[in-house]
Design a protein around this ligand. Structure first.
Ligand code: HEM
Length: 736
């Protein structure tokens, strides 16, 4: 696939970022790149003449036994035998990238941490996105929570926000984590299902553990199937604190909001992608960064002053609750950009290790009982996954100096030159830092209470925010939640599980419960389990997060052609898609040269119709060309492509005879198609029957009222999906 930004420009950008950010330069120390002069050597530097044949007793007519003596063969096999480390106990599957964080407006009224106050700084960051339940080899598009873990390599040490794409969690107390994860992971007797919450144990636990009620609503919403890591929000989830230079402390929640808006797949698409392209999200992130369309997020905090801690009807330390944005708006003051793909997956992504306990002066914890337990768990789990010296690994080590008396352990790399390795010492070597010297000083918080295995009273309310979430959903999102429950509970074979869940859902909304119960064969509830308070809040529906401005940048646009395609429309759209920083994907019945009408132009397509499916693109364009459309009209896969894109609510455009192919594929009278030189948009289907070269203007106006074919095509594509198509039931009338 062609790159939009040439490699040379990217290399120059990386060089600049590297010199500013230090982390890239820092990792260079551990990198090696093969040159023409390099020859294969053993791990100890001896050049090797043959790494294909084990040393053995051999003659022309007889292959005898292999010799244990061969050190090179043994080294090669022995290294291979030990290539794997344990995968993460949760969030095993993920992908990541490097980038930068900038503060646009100082937050010095809240904190003295320079990473959040110094507007001249560019802090290098590393992010790993992940799914929670699946194993390392599972698919990207399964229904699950997504991890959103950010490591800030600040001059004061590493700061990790180990967050998710959903702002709440299933449990309030970290001690429940093994239970919620055991219940969600594959069942113990048969290791089924992989990477899915659609099974008895998951829903059994959800019912028996009412504090999960709010979170399972989020997980069943479209948040559980993001279109891209680049189109997800990131939340710190837990409550942290910020301390300013006057020593005043505030409670905060961290937010990252994507510039491209928050978008999801549709469920049928997610299911198919899990087989058709299990690496869909991983590739999407890689491709965007390679093409220079760098993903960006606004960074902000919600703030509760210390004196207001008890002002709300929920406990601000309860991770199963959001801080509703009408009560506590997000204050945005930073920007995060990802601009560099890893050089090697294993060393930079797989060995990356995050810890909620990694904070820097000016930032503190709260007594959030989930956070308190997490602060133990991450450090501990890294010991079994990576070993005690994991903080020395290139991706994990800070960019600022590290000096202390922690010593030894397996695989120690640092060589400490000193005659003392303890404090205090007679040489006054490596003194602790005072507050003025940047030493971390804990906030002197007053604590009262009795020692007990208990939580304070507000933690015991579990339904208000589940209803708040449901009430705040758009109609489309509500339909998707109902369908998600119906799918998941259909996969539960034990009637106890799905019957009880119908009762639990009736405590949120009776209509939803009735709809789900009917689908899954549970008793249909007749009475709401509790009254709905009717409240809504902003920032819960994805529709509250459109892109900053309508854009098709980084979106994949399929152009479907066969021999005899219209070269004018084809070239104009392809060039314009590229100029809009989107990615044209040329798809034909075969991946061999395709010749245009008139025989003067030809093109080598990116893929053929069987090899690449409509699920992998965001929008489709079919140029005219009599012969091309005659061929495609007889090709079942081509027709299915169009129908499937229609079913998944994607924008579909056609010019010339291409309009006939759409007509054939949909056969829906309610879709209006152009019959003349006018561009027509109808339910996200954009057509223009008679086109001339001047119809493809170079400047495209992506606006609702725009008149031109490309303007309409791009505006519709920039809306992500055509929801009216689903609301009016049109997609349900087409077989896909
Ligand atoms: C607010 C709730 C939570 C969030 C947002 C969260 C988020 C995450 C994320 C994003 C990762 C993946 C990190 C990476 O990419 O390497 C992760 C891993 C992990 N989490 Fe959590 N988690 C939560 C709760 C918990 C709790 C309560 C525990 C245990 C008490 C826990 C234990 C772990 C462990 C052991 C890993 C694997 C870490 C590794 O092997 O590197 N998490 N979590």
């Amino acid at each position: 696939m062609s790159n939009i930004i040439p490699k040379t420009v990217q290399a120059a950008q990386h060089a600049v970022l590297g010199s500013k950010g230090d982390k890239i330069a820092d990792m260079e120390k551990n990198t090696r790149t093969p040159t023409d002069n390099d020859r294969l050597t053993s791990d100890f530097g001896v050049r090797q003449s043959n790494t294909d044949d084990w040393l053995r007793v051999v003659s022309n007519d007889h292959t005898g036994p292999s010799l244990l003596e061969d050190p090179f063969a043994r080294e090669k096999i022995h290294r291979f035998d030990h290539e794997r480390i344990p995968e993460r106990v949760v969030h095993a599957r993920g992908a990541g990238a490097f980038g930068t964080f900038r503060v646009l407006e100082s937050a010095e009224d809240l904190t003295f941490a320079p990473v959040l106050t110094d507007t001249s700084r560019e802090t290098p960051v590393f992010i790993r996105f992940s799914t929670v339940l699946g194993s390392r080899g599972s698919a990207d598009t399964v229904r699950d929570v997504r991890g959103f873990a950010v490591k800030f390599y600040t001059q004061e040490g590493n700061w990790d926000i180990v967050g998710n794409d959903i702002p709440v969690f299933f449990i309030q107390d970290a001690m429940k984590f093994p239970d919620v994860i055991h219940a969600g992971k594959p069942e113990p007797h048969n290791e089924v299902p992989q990477a899915s919450s659609g099974h008895n144990n998951f829903w059994d636990f959800q019912f028996l553990h009412p504090e999960a009620t709010h979170m399972f609503m989020w997980a069943m919403s479209d948040r559980g199937i993001p279109r891209s890591y680049r189109m997800m929000q990131g939340f710190g989830v837990n409550t942290f604190t910020l301390i300013n230079k006057e020593g005043k402390r505030s409670f905060v929640k961290f937010h990252f909001t994507p510039e491209l808006g928050v978008h999801s797949l549709v469920w049928d698409e997610a299911l198919k992608l899990a087989g058709q392209d299990p690496d869909f999200h991983r590739k999407d992130l890689w491709e965007a960064i390679e093409n220079g369309v760098y993903p960006k997020w606004k960074f902000g905090v919600q703030v509760v002053k210390e004196e207001d801690e008890h002002k709300f009807d929920f406990d601000i330390l309860d991770a199963t609750k959001v801080w509703p944005e009408d009560l506590i708006p997000v204050r945005y003051f930073g920007e995060l950009e990802l601009n560099r793909n890893p050089d090697e997956f294993y060393t930079q992504i797989e060995q990356a290790a995050f810890c909620t306990s990694h904070i820097v002066p000016g930032i503190g914890f709260s007594d959030d009982p989930l956070l308190q337990g997490r602060n133990f768990s991450y450090f501990d789990t890294q010991l079994s996954r990576l070993g005690v010296n994991w903080q020395e690994l290139p991706v994990n080590r800070p960019v600022c100096p590290v000096m202390n008396f922690n010593r030894d352990g397996a695989m120690r790399h640092t060589i400490d030159k000193s005659t003392v390795n303890y404090w205090p010492n007679r040489l006054q070597a490596v003194k602790p830092a005072s507050h003025e010297e940047g030493g971390y000083v804990e906030y002197a918080a007053k604590i009262e209470g009795i020692k007990a295995r208990a939580r304070s009273s507000k933690f015991k309310e579990f339904h208000n925010q589940a209803q708040l979430f449901w009430n705040s959903m758009s109609q489309v999102e509500r339909n998707h939640i109902a369908n998600a429950f119906a799918f998941e509970l259909d996969h539960c074979s034990d009637p106890v599980v799905y019957k009880r869940m119908a009762e639990r859902i009736a405590e949120i909304d009776l209509g939803l419960a009735q709809q789900v119960a009917e689908m899954v064969g549970a008793d249909i509830p007749t009475k709401a389990g509790r009254e709905n308070h009717g409240k809504k809040a902003p920032g819960l529906s994805q529709f509250d997060f459109p892109p900053v401005k309508p854009t098709i940048a980084s979106r994949r646009v399929a152009i479907i052609i066969a021999d005899g395609y219209d070269p004018v429309a084809f070239n104009a759209v392809r060039t314009s898609v590229l100029a809009s920083k989107a990615i044209p994907m040329i798809i034909a019945p075969k991946r061999s040269t395709i010749t245009a009408e008139g025989g003067k132009h030809s093109i080598f397509p990116h893929h053929h119709l069987e090899g690449f499916r409509s699920t992998m693109v965001d929008a489709v364009f079919v140029p005219g060309g009599k012969e091309s459309i005659a061929t495609l009209s007889k090709n079942g896969r081509a027709i299915h492509w169009i129908r499937e894109a229609f079913g998944h609510l994607k924008t579909i455009a056609a010019t010339g005879e291409g309009v006939d192919l759409l007509q054939l594929a949909f056969q829906l009278p309610s879709i209006q198609l152009s019959s003349n030189e006018e561009a027509v948009e109808s339910y996200g289907v954009v057509t223009q029957r008679n086109v001339k070269p001047e119809n493809f203007s170079e400047t495209v106006e992506i606006a609702k009222e725009a008149k031109g074919f490309l303007d309409k095509f791009y505006y519709s594509s920039a809306q992500h999906r055509n929801w009216a198509r689903e609301l009016d039931g049109l997609n349900a009338m087409v077989a896909y």
